[in-house]
Design a protein around this ligand. Structure first.
Ligand code: FAD
Length: 456
């Protein structure tokens, strides 16, 4: 007998319920990954994520080979490919993790029809992509939580399933033909500082970070130059690490750092359960409708300056340049950059979210779109009128200006916190720095924002 396990956002062997079930169900299993042109057509083929994905697939193939198997990679519509693989190998069962987006739901529907038409059985497994499946806890009278705090309370009370070990042996049928496994080298346009993908790299980083930095997470997670957060987001996005297993490992380590870290993993589940219940939140305003965004040539110029990291606000510019260089940005930088674009420049959050998705290696529909909406005041934030001041934020989270000087070398000659306000320099000194004047007065942006909100 033969079974198929279709890998999607779960590119790992550890703690993989669909793989375990597929191995238990049959003597031979096809570990299948389908490169779906539909993902690229929908605008999700960013080079940084394609490169990281190639690392993940290479690593998964190597890990399967260590266990006597291999990864089968094919290109096409996942349902069509699964039908072909079932026909070629005589497989009867197909296992897949439940997805969260509207796209994943449609894929699942097509898979079900195809597998059942071929006389097979599709099994969709929960709690593979998130720690707790969307819909596992709901408030009375609704299908999802719209506010984080009560969600977190209920989420923290739930018992998570225990993590599964990686299989020791995987037998793959000979007639399951594969295309070559993609390589990072074949992808162009990748950020120079992009991190390495794959389960082995993810597990190594997780172990190192949990051992060395978890304890300091609560105090250090907003420290921009310290860079003390886990940087596990790309691994969680591609599923090279299991969120469930991470929660268990952090709780086992214990302490306030563990609590704070697990809370962030809960934020991830929170956004996933919002998107699963309201797929339209990926593009439409979730709670507060806004349609007074600035457009036109002036707005286009401001967006271009924001993307290039040339707004004249050093903390914002540093964050945007980190994004371009690494395909990753510190959470405090993301908050600052998003607040600046939406509330100071008054540009539609979708413009910023699109740019982030084009570059972020962890670019994720649930986390990106809903965090953008949170920052823009249209989403789940209970204080949607809050505006982050880039100078005050810079002084607080980068008090000595180290982060700014790291990413904005034009200002490297300035010492200490003065780097956050180069416009305060005497004109003669100011002229020495090839760095723009602020593209907007902070007060102008706030006035515009408040006036527009008054109209909502
Ligand atoms: P850590 O601080 O170590 O946190 C551990 C994990 O918790 C993260 O890896 C992530 O999976 C999760 N997490 C942390 N903060 C959040 C959050 N606010 N919402 C949801 N999950 C969270 N995260 C993404 O994974 N993909 C995105 O596309 C994305 N876009 C964002 C856009 C904006 C405008 C903002 C403000 C935040 C965005 N985030 C996104 C959330 C957060 O910034 C990143 O998850 C975090 O910076 C990743 O770094 P880390 O792994 O070191 O985080």
């Amino acid at each position: 007998t033969v079974s198929v396990v279709l890998f999607t956002s779960d590119l790992r062997l550890h703690d993989h319920p669909p793989l375990r079930a597929a191995l238990d169900a049959a003597e031979e299993t096809v570990p299948l990954f389908v490169l779906d042109p539909g993902v690229e057509a929908a605008g999700f083929g960013a080079p940084n994520r394609r490169a990281f994905l190639a690392d993940c697939l290479q690593d998964l193939d190597a890990a399967l080979r260590d266990r006597g198997g291999r990864l089968v990679v094919r290109t096409g519509d996942p349902a069509d490919v699964v039908r072909e693989v079932m026909a070629a190998t005589d497989a009867r069962e197909v296992h897949v993790a439940a997805g969260v987006s509207g796209y994943a739901a449609r894929r699942e529907q097509r898979l079900r029809e195809t597998v059942e038409a071929a006389g097979g059985l599709l099994r969709v497994h929960d709690a593979v992509v998130t720690a707790l499946p969307p819909g596992a806890v709901t408030p009375q009278g609704s299908d999802h939580f719209a506010v984080f705090t009560p969600y977190h309370r209920r989420w923290a009370e739930q018992r998570l399933r225990g993590p599964l070990a990686a299989p020791r042996k995987v037998r793959v049928p000979r007639d399951a033909g594969s295309d070559p496994v993609p390589t990072r080298a074949a992808v162009t346009g990748v950020s120079p500082g992009l991190t390495e993908g794959g389960e082995r790299a993810g597990r190594a980083r997780a172990s190192r970070w949990l051992r060395g930095h978890l304890a300091g997470y609560e105090d250090g997670h907003d420290d921009l130059p310290g860079d003390l957060t886990s940087r596990l987001s790309p691994h969680l996005h591609f599923g090279t690490l299991s969120a469930t297993e991470l929660v268990h490992r952090a709780r086992k380590a214990g302490g306030p750092g563990a609590e704070a870290f697990v809370r962030q993993l809960c934020w991830r589940d929170f956004h996933h359960q919002v998107l699963a219940a309201r797929p339209g939140a990926a593009t439409g305003d979730y709670r507060t409708k806004h349609d007074h965004w600035r457009t036109g040539a002036g707005a286009d110029r401001d967006v271009a300056a924001w993307k290039a990291g040339r707004t004249g606000y050093p903390a914002v510019d540093a964050a945007m340049r980190q994004l371009a260089h690494e395909g990753w940005m510190h959470n405090r930088g993301r908050l600052l950059a998003a607040s600046f674009l939406t509330k100071t420049l008054y540009i539609d959050w979708r413009t910023g979210a699109r740019h982030f998705l084009d570059l972020l290696v962890d670019g994720d529909l649930a986390n990106n779109q809903l965090n953008w909406q949170w920052a823009a005041g249209t989403g789940t934030d209970t204080r949607p009128g809050r505006v982050l001041n880039p100078v005050r934020q810079g002084r607080r989270h980068d008090p000595d200006g180290v982060y700014v000087r790291r990413w904005v070398p034009e200002l490297a000659g300035l010492t200490g916190a003065a780097v956050h306000e180069p416009w305060k320099l005497a004109a003669s000194e100011r002229a020495r720095y090839d760095y723009p004047e602020p593209i907007v007065e902070l007060a102008d942006g706030l006035d515009r924002f408040r006036a527009a909100r008054g109209k909502d």
